[in-house]
Design a protein around this ligand. Sequence first.
Ligand code: MG
Ligand code: MG
Length: 623
Amino acid sequence: MKRSIATVSLSGTLEQKLAAVAAAGFQGVEIFETDLITFPGRPREVAAIAADLGLAITLFQPFRDLEGMPEPQRSRAFERMERKFDVMAELGAPLLLLCSNCSPLALPDRPRLIADLHELGERAAARGLKVGYEALAWGRHVNDHREAWALVRDTDHPAIGLILDSFHSLARRIPSSSIGDIRAEKLFLVQVADAPLLEMDLLHWSRHFRCMPGQGDFAVADWAEAIWRTGYDGWWSLEIFNDRFRAGSASGVAQDGNRSLLALADQVARRPRPPLVPAMPPPVTAERMAFIEFAASHAEAAALGEMLAALGFRAAARHRRKDVVRWTQGAINIVVNSEPEGFAHSFDIMHGASVCALGMVVDDVAGALTRAQALGVPRFDQAVGPDEMDIPGVRAVGGSLIHVIANGHEDAVWAHEFPLPIAGAATGQPLGLTSIDHVAQTMSHEEFLSWQLFYVTLFAMAKTPQVQIADTLGLVHSQAVESPGKGIRITLNGSQSGQTLSSRFVQHYFGAGVQHIAFACPDIVAAATAAAANGLPVLPIPANYYDDIEARFGLDPALVATLRAHNILYDRDGEAEYFQVYSRAFARRVFFEIVERRAYAGYGAANAVVRLAAQARFKPPPA
Ligand code: MG
Ligand code: MG
């Protein structure tokens, strides 16, 4: 796949954008007119910078309101076009994007549109240039790629072709099967964007909410597959208008863009009768969480240990040579790393005691690492002692790690790496916790889509619809990614508002990270009773909440009294039920949750507002 990106997708100056595009691995770049106009040098200097970076200039855009204009606007539009051809010649851009006309003056006269496109073709051909015609979803008379294609086909000029843009077609729900009618040699370029499904004005949706393929809700892979089936082998160019990306880092957004196109090609290559051959191993199937690793100094590890003991965990064993302790309960493993050097120590210095790594059980470790490499996800390796096992990892959210362990090898790893039992360790009553239900990661608003893309491209994970949760001090966006058997569930949370708990976490933590860990249990009341006996500090829930759920769900007052006595939150979805208890935060950073699911698939979004308000009561007063 020949990968390109429009400069309008990125933040920064034109020079910064071009450098980021090249560094991310794109071969081509679309120059957006505004970026050229604001560049303090000649177009030929831009051409030289791109050439030095090894970037082809794929397109110059946009040109608006040409076809179907009455006089004198028509003549003026062609004069304007000739000036742009001068710029393109100096820039070395071979192709111009012509947007379908949005002017209220535009005429719906089809022979006239074809005559104008033909004249345009003659003028472009005289300069050795080409023009691609794109149907804007809000074009005045042409707003559907089927109509644009019919005009291009009937104009029948070698310098006039079609540009397809997934946003304009998919936002209008135009069937991708219609792409089969387009002849590949007349398709000059394709522009790729995804978007969340929103009910809003098309222009506003397009200018602010586009995102990378895979980050939104459009059937971009179906659309791309239809294009590949035509035999098209030209540029695939990202054209992403998104306020978050304009506020984010150009290099980060460019890397995500490149990753998204590679993953799109891979997705199409794995279809039943693929038009492509996969270039990397398949998405990684992660079965379950093998362990969660905390980085903590000795002092912090003692405090964390008290919390884990109150949650019913047992300090089971020490690492064979490192200052690392394994805590267990049910099938859950928590590893507390107090090594005085190495990755965990650096992580602790940076963030304070917190989750520095997740261990995932996968079906194919080598395949996972190769796919990560192909998607530009950095590998992590740390020195391994002569008698230690290498548990490979990749860099993940906020510089934390994801380690991968082969399915079936876990017991051998624990037995070999943690052979030293801890005798007589103080412990509380077990809570009956069985597994890690979900891990909640919090990040800045700008990084949110980046981490969502990381999970859905590297792993076989599906994303749930994005929900907005009302914090006492602003809105938080939340979305989960889930492995096929739901053995791994990760919720991602980001907030634009600076005072939400999410944002304060990111500020206090110095970056993105794990904010809470939820453990599953089969009996929430028994777990909560044991937690109380162990002295677990639980988040108190206001009595008003219980009056509300009793009325809202028509609950048995005796059940409500039990829930109230244990600060258990409740949600119901049809017949499915969900019970949650939250601990207070450890070191004002990480907190724990205990859940009981009765066929319930979500995360208690309706209760998040209650939880956030309860936590806000513990916010320290301003210094
Ligand atoms: Mg476009
Ligand atoms: Mg949760």
